[in-house]
Design a protein around this ligand. Structure first.
Ligand code: C5P
Length: 411
């Protein structure tokens, strides 16, 4: 989920670094917005490094992106910690004096304040009135913890522990219908996409019509589900999505090498690439010349390894519970229909799930829509999915997440 973490200018800002870690480890995408005063306690570099997102407190940075509007609208949750007396006052009176207060005014989701200040400031009638105002508008304002404060004083006013704020935030998300954790948080997913190109000479290759759209949509869906995603991309017509690690390859043999290495560190491997079954037996070091005095060249092909089958073999030999997903583009013929061919392929390849497309002249390749059936080795009923390639990707990733939690429960 997308969380905005507003940080107020109090000494407890240093504890909020741990809160940020709790959110990111649970798979949330966190944008930190410190107030100007907060950056005197903990610097922007710390928030950027821990969140992995750029940090600013000015509405005048990246003006073209109208940050406060986007952040406020897109946030599934806004947490403000430490919420100082000043921040509570500014929020209660609807001020828009910096990026954080602007974002709070644009918020469309739940908002949680975790106050921290000296006891007298917390108990002051002005602060209490501001807290009342915020609560009356549906904002959650936690009670501060009691104990030792910054100086020698003690009493109510301590920032609640990061774990307590985290739990309150999760509970608030659950109460408001926002899922509290992402289904692939903490998982690593490696996805191959696009079509391999098998060189004949320095200028020519044997390729195929894969656009990479479905693989890219899968990578984006896995990323949105909280996974760390590695996209191993053969030739693609579309750009890789942001927020995934991209490894570019060209040939089936390069794809094989990268996939075997990446799979060793992955919970899920998805082979969505269109891998050439054959490659030219010989690759000419110079351009094959067109000459009238010699016979036309004959290209001899040799088989490429079946990477999917090999990945399953490596997984089984290691006895790991990695989930391996294959894709199959099938056509029916007089000997059998698409599904019977696909069932046989699932057995042959040994993968856990096989996503089957029915291929026709105008179907699948390069198109924006897709219609698939997901077959499972465990014998579950075939599951149909259709729609845009993004819709199909979301359904496949959902299925991956549910298979994974069954065979490989979260510890
Ligand atoms: O055998 P077929 O090409 O129909 O199988 C498709 C599935 O196998 C896809 O998941 C594809 O990425 C994978 N594949 C492979 N290595 C090959 C050919 C296909 O991993 N040489």
């Amino acid at each position: 989920m997308r969380i905005v973490l507003g940080v107020g200018g109090g000494i407890a800002a240093y504890k909020v670094a741990s809160l940020l870690r709790l959110f990111t480890e649970a798979g949330h995408d966190v944008t930190v917005i410190p107030t100007e005063a907060a950056t005197r306690f903990v610097g922007v570099a710390t928030w950027e490094a821990l969140s992995g997102n750029p940090v600013t407190n000015s509405v005048f940075d990246d003006v073209d992106q109208v940050k406060h509007v986007r952040l406020g609208h897109e946030a599934d949750l806004i947490v403000v910690a430490p919420a100082t007396a000043d921040l509570l006052a500014r929020a209660a009176t609807g001020q828009a004096s910096d990026l954080l207060t602007n974002t709070l005014l644009m918020a469309s989701g739940p908002v949680l304040f975790a106050p921290a200040m000296h006891t007298e400031m917390w108990q002051h009638a002005a602060t209490q009135a501001n807290v009342e105002t915020l609560r009356s508008r549906g904002v959650t304002v936690l009670e501060p913890a009691s104990g030792r404060l910054t100086g020698s004083d003690s009493g109510p006013g301590r920032l609640p522990e990061p774990e307590a704020i985290f739990e309150a935030a999760i509970a608030l998300m659950q109460d408001t219908g926002v899922p509290a954790h992402l289904p692939l948080a903490g998982r690593t997913v490696t996805i191959s996409a696009g079509g391999t190109r098998e060189p004949l000479d320095p200028v020519r290759f044997l390729g195929n019509r894969s656009s990479g759209k479905q693989g890219v949509a899968l990578a984006a869906a896995a990323r949105d589900a909280g996974a760390t995603v590695r996209l191993v991309a053969a030739h693609m017509e579309v750009p890789a999505p942001a927020g995934v690690e991209l490894i570019a390859v060209e040939t089936a043999l390069q794809l094989r090498e990268v996939m075997l290495a990446a799979a060793a560190e992955s919970d899920v491997v998805i082979m969505a690439a269109a891998v050439a079954d054959f490659r030219p037996a010989e690759v000419s070091g110079s351009k094959i010349k067109k000459r009238d005095d010699t016979a036309d060249p004959v290209i001899t092909l040799v088989r490429n390894p079946d990477i999917l089958h090999e990945l399953v073999g490596v997984r089984d030999a290691a006895g790991s519970s990695q989930l391996v997903v294959g894709f199959a583009a099938e056509t029916g013929d007089e000997q059998g229909d698409v599904l019977s061919y696909a069932e046989a392929k699932l057995k042959r390849k040994g993968c856990d799930l096989l996503v089957v497309n029915h291929v026709g002249a105008d179907k699948v390749f390069g198109q924006d829509n897709n219609s698939v059936v997901i077959l499972s080795r465990a014998g579950a009923e075939p599951q149909s999915a259709s729609g845009s390639k993004q819709d199909v990707a979301a359904i496949v990733i959902d299925r991956v997440a549910s298979e994974l939690s069954r065979v490989f429960p979260r510890t």
